[in-house]
Ligand binder design. Structure first.
Ligand code: AMP
Length: 646
């Protein structure tokens, strides 16, 4: 793929999307026509119409025997015409289990191509001062590879990219100048790597114009780490000596070269900025020339927008790319869009993309549409055919078409397909949960607390089943001890429940089939432990996405182990203590409600007739409502709109 790219290439690509997609499909089918997998459907043909008619739409389970066959030593041509030289491991945090996907060097070249295109768009929007002259502090990581039984390496997308020849010999055009040397990115110990990223970023602080990480979580992790380690980092800069626990020699030597010698003046400046009581705007204080924050802030990562805005004094947050281990789909051509409004433009020469409408009826193959035929406003699941053996593979994301860049669709990431909470018959999707969370975060703003981590699950083992939210909170000021305000948390519960749909509210309030939502506040650092748990399962920080919903019992155990306080507030769940005054009230109620009531009933019966007494008894509810309205009790309930609104 040519790297002598110019902006007009993007125009051409997106204007000729249909023709380019047809060529891509022809190329893929010609390459793979004789694989064992495609032979059964196409009998050696590379015809598009036959492909559309015969090749089924599949999920991972359908492809697993073929993929595992190659991983276990069968030849690549079981699924791929080109050589399979490695496998990419998906993060497994959004969709459940980790999966592996066959690829070769071409994958990194294509990823690099999208980065190069993206870089042109960034230059156009932010100017060369930001994209070419300054440096980028980017928290990038790799993880040690494992191997398949047949000896092929297995790694994450970013590991495979950073160890690739493409990255080693990278063109100066597409990839920014990083503050960290490659040895820091390639360090297998992520903690040492993070420390060195920060050290390099601090030493060159006045050159840093961009700050980034692949997913927003990694950015928040880095700032939290700075909060815990800034004194040590400053002492390293002051003395010119790197802490002894940085034992990775490549990392140590390369960072020493950047550190040079002792620099007490710089250490003083950084110390002054980091010792503020509040860490609000810390990014802009420490890196005053930083103009943009680049990461992925859409989908699951939307939960980190408020905290990154807090740390960065609302610098523009640029959501960059949409991709996965299966393919790189698209990039953001309007980097100045607010993170909530971002859409990704598909890049038509990467792979062959089709779209399955959400809620289709009938069989999948007759419903699927080509990239250029999607309809504005409609929701789809992308289906990819790539060069390495995936044919019509369902990605598991739901996107909405928000517009077209020339002839190429732009899509908003809506949610993962299978991420839903459900207790009875309601389905609360990832998008619903994030919207509700945004409302609850507004309530939280009135306190001194910030939400730094969140996930949830549906507890269906108690009756009535209910939603459990795990929250990690942090004080806005560095030394603040997190003081939980019960009332604020109750309001947050209301805000969450009020944001859910009518069915949820009906099941919750009328039918009582869903119990009160719970917020469990976990100890600080719990969400880092959760990340460590997922990384220990083979994931990577670079690819980690805090799961919105948790189903694995091991992951839940990480949260439960760390639980500090349980807040089973929700509506009507809180019981006041049994006081003397309450006992007196119970006594009076029993006296009036049962004894006096029965007494009057019998008296009425003696003065009137049994027919009259029965008629009066049936009108009691109506009289009660009239009295409740007169005494304003009903208004009170209506104002607590959750209880009555549908
Ligand atoms: P993985 O296969 O581990 O690389 O994860 C890929 C998944 O990450 C995608 O299928 C999406 O669900 C999610 N993802 C990737 N890029 C974005 C993005 N820009 N916005 C939201 N979610 C994303």
């Amino acid at each position: 793929m040519s790297l002598g790219l110019e902006l007009k290439d993007l125009e051409e690509l997106t204007s000729k999307a249909k023709q380019i997609q047809d060529n891509v499909l022809k190329e893929i089918l010609t390459l793979n026509a004789n694989t064992e997998y495609l032979q059964q459907f196409l009998h050696g043909s590379n015809d598009k119409e036959l492909f559309k008619k015969n090749v089924p739409v599949v999920s991972y389970e359908d492809m697993k025997p073929y993929i595992e066959g190659v991983a276990n030593g069968e030849p690549s041509n079981v699924i791929s015409g080109g050589p399979i030289t490695r496998f990419l491991r998906s993060s497994g945090t959004s969709g459940g289990k980790q999966k592996i996907f066959p690829v070769n060097d071409m994958y990194s070249e294509k990823l690099g191509y999208v980065f190069a295109l993206r870089s042109l768009v960034m230059s156009k929007n932010f100017g060369d001062n930001v994209t070419k002259k300054g440096k980028k502090l980017e928290f990038l990581y790799t993880r040690p590879e494992s191997t398949t039984p047949s000896g092929l390496p297995v790694s994450t997308v970013f590991t495979s990219f950073f160890i690739s020849d493409y990255f080693k010999n990278r063109p100066s055009k597409g990839i920014p100048r990083y503050t960290s040397p490659d040895q820091v990115i390639l360090c297998p110990d992520n903690k040492q790597s993070l420390y060195c990223h920060l050290l390099c970023g601090l030493i060159q602080k006045d050159e840093v114009v961009r700050i980034g990480a692949t997913f927003a979580y990694a950015l928040v992790l880095a700032i939290n780490f700075l909060e815990d380690h800034w004194k040590e980092l400053c002492s390293n800069i002051r003395s010119g000596h790197i802490s002894d626990w940085i034992t990775d020699l490549n990392c140590r030597n390369s960072v020493s070269a950047i550190l040079g010698g002792p620099n007490p003046e710089l250490a003083d400046v950084i110390e002054q900025e980091c010792s503020h009581k509040s860490w609000e705007g810390v990014i802009t204080r420490v890196w005053p020339k930083a103009t943009i924050i680049e990461s992925i802030f859409t989908g699951q990562m939307a939960q980190y927008i408020p905290i990154v805005e807090f740390y960065s004094n609302k610098l523009p947050l640029v959501s960059t790319t949409y991709g996965s281990s299966e393919s790189t789909f698209g990039m953001n051509v309007n980097p100045l869009d607010k993170p909530q409004d971002v859409s990704y433009t598909f890049v038509p020469n990467i792979d062959y993309f089709e779209f399955l409408p959400v809620g289709y009826e009938g069989d999948m193959t007759s419903n699927i549409v080509d990239l250029v035929n999607v309809k504005l406003g409609c929701y789809y699941e992308p289906v990819v055919t790539n060069y390495f053996g995936l044919h019509r593979y369902l990605i598991g994301d739901i996107l909405q078409v928000t517009g077209f860049y020339n002839r190429t669709p732009q899509c908003r990431f809506v949610r993962r397909k299978n991420v839903v909470l459900s207790v009875v018959t309601e389905t609360t999707t990832e998008e619903d949960l994030l919207k509700a969370l945004a409302h609850a975060t507004l309530v939280l703003e009135s306190s001194d607390l910030m939400l730094v981590g969140f996930t949830c699950y549906a507890d269906i083992f108690t009756f009535p089943g209910h939603y459990v939210f795990y929250w990690e909170l942090k004080g806005k000021d560095v030394n603040d001890v997190v003081k939980l305000d019960k009332n604020i948390l109750v309001e947050c519960c209301y805000a969450l429940e009020e944001s859910f749909d009518a069915l949820y509210r009906r099941l919750r309030s009328r039918a009582g089939l869903i119990g009160a939502l719970e917020i469990r506040v976990v100890q600080q650092g719990t969400f880092d432990s959760l990340m460590e748990y997922f990384i220990s399962q083979g994931g990577s920080i670079a690819q980690y996405k805090t799961p919105i919903c948790i189903s694995s019992s091991e992951a839940l155990a990480v949260l439960e182990n760390k639980e500090e306080t349980v807040h089973p507030f929700g509506l009507m769940k809180e019981r006041p203590p049994l006081t003397i005054s309450l006992l007196v009230q119970f006594f009076l109620l029993a006296l009036i409600g049962i004894t006096v009531n029965q007494g009057f009933y019998l008296l009425g019966l003696a003065y009137a007739s049994p027919t009259f007494a029965s008629a009066m008894r049936n009108s009691v509810p109506a009289i009660a409502i009239i009295m409740a309205c007169t005494l304003k009790y009903l208004n009170l309930l209506i104002s607590r709109k959750f209880l009555l609104k549908e």
